[in-house]
Design a protein around this ligand. Structure first.
Ligand SMILES: Cc1cc2nc3c(=O)[nH]c(=O)nc-3n(C[C@H](O)[C@H](O)[C@H](O)COP(=O)(O)O)c2cc1C
Length: 210
């Protein structure tokens, strides 16, 4: 027999992934521009929860701050100047947390406009996304979030499986915007804790991050 060759690589070994050593960037998105929205109050609570985690840089994006010119037909080709900061925040995010109310059995039209205006396909390609739904009604925006999951699934986002729903939101939030109900508060705290791990672990799989 000839010389023994070197052992082939063990294909059963998981592919080594190097998590980023830099802080993880989490963007919390208030998915409506409605003045006085409960979504904005809860988004502030969620943003503060992420900001309190060591090793996380949290940023709050509010669709109320979008330039109104974004609705102009010319925006498909040429984005208004004020949109650049939104696009950059999403493109740099290791994780995106979308808070959406339910409007007419779906998510707000302004949120779809925002999604449509972001760069395709990089905005959501392999980007970790978590969802929180809230509504006046008893289903807590389940319909809105499931429709959003269809959109983000189409766009190849990495969807975090544990969603949180806040029904009857008119009377559900404290002065700090957090849920009064202890169980819902704990669900958000668990989502924050676990989504940071999820986003950190999956960051190396995003295009351009290897
Ligand atoms: C245009 C519009 C449509 C709405 N449609 C629904 C609905 O389909 N189901 C529901 O439970 N609540 C609906 N609501 C009530 C919202 O759930 C309620 O305003 C809640 O506070 C969350 O939305 P907000 O962040 O705008 O406050 C609607 C509100 C608006 C402004």
């Amino acid at each position: 027999m000839g010389a023994v060759s070197a052992s082939p690589p063990d294909r059963s070994e998981p592919r080594p992934m190097s998590e980023p050593s830099r802080p993880i960037r989490i963007v919390v998105l208030c998915g409506t521009n409605r003045p006085g929205a409960q979504t904005r109050r809860l988004a502030a609570h969620v943003h503060a929860s992420y900001a309190a985690v060591e090793g996380v840089e949290a940023q709050l994006l509010d669709l109320a701050d979008l330039p109104v010119e974004l609705l102009a037909p010319g925006s498909y080709a040429q984005k208004p100047a004020g949109f650049q900061a939104f696009a950059e925040a999403v493109l740099k995010a290791d994780g995106l947390v979308v808070l959406s109310p339910e409007y007419n059995g779906s998510f707000p039209g302004v949120l779809k406009l925002f999604i449509d205006m972001l760069p395709f396909p990089v905005a959501f390609e392999r980007r970790p996304v978590a969802f929180i739904g809230l509504a006046a009604g008893r289903w807590g925006a389940l319909r809105a979030i499931e429709q959003l999951q269809g959109v983000f699934g189409y766009r190849n986002a990495f969807m975090f499986p544990n969603r949180v729903f806040v029904p009857g939101v008119g009377d559900a939030l404290d002065a700090d915007g957090g849920p009064k109900d202890g169980a819902t508060r704990a669900m958000i705290a668990a989502q924050v804790r676990d989504f940071v791990v999820f986003a950190r672990q999956l960051a190396p799989l995003r295009p351009g991050q290897a």
